[in-house]
Design a protein around this ligand. Structure first.
Ligand SMILES: [Zn+2]
Length: 148
């Protein structure tokens, strides 16, 4: 396992739309372990593959309930609004109030290659939306002018 370098705001990879993941290979399983280790080491609750320089649709999240690994995640339903403080490992030291959906339903492919769904509330819902944004090249500060 390895701790990977987290790219910061000015890196153009963070602005690219990430690619769908096809078959989950050994390379991806190693990448997942490294991403989790990198996220925990940085005291983050989520990390998207573009943040470590890989433009794949893969995110890892742990809001204190154990690791979640999501390939090709997609928000299929969202409900309510919630405004809370948010930060990003790619924008160290920056925290802003951001409005997000309060609840989301997300479908994704798990590490075993199975299609599953998860219901997120509160911090998990926020983390899911934040990380899925990364796969579209969106950073949390992009929501500031539009919604605050
Ligand atoms: Zn982020």
């Amino acid at each position: 396992m390895a701790i990977l370098k987290i790219l910061t705001q000015e890196n153009p990879i963070l602005r690219q739309k990430a690619k769908e993941v096809g078959k989950i290979t050994k390379r991806q399983r190693i990448l997942v372990k490294d991403m989790l280790e990198t996220m925990y080491n940085a005291n983050g609750v989520g990390l998207a593959a573009p943040q470590i320089g890989i433009s794949d649709r893969l995110v890892v999240i742990d809001v204190g309930e154990g690791p979640l690994i999501l390939f090709n995640p997609q928000i299929t339903r969202s409900e309510g609004l919630n405004k809370d403080v948010e930060g990003c490992l790619s924008l160290p030291g920056r925290n802003e109030y951001i409005i997000r959906a309060e609840k989301v339903l997300v479908s994704y492919i798990d590490l075993a290659g199975k299609k599953v769904t998860i219901n997120g509330n509160g911090l998990l819902a926020r983390a899911l939306q934040h990380e899925i944004d990364h796969l579209e090249g969106i950073l949390f500060i992009d929501h500031l002018t539009k919604e605050n």
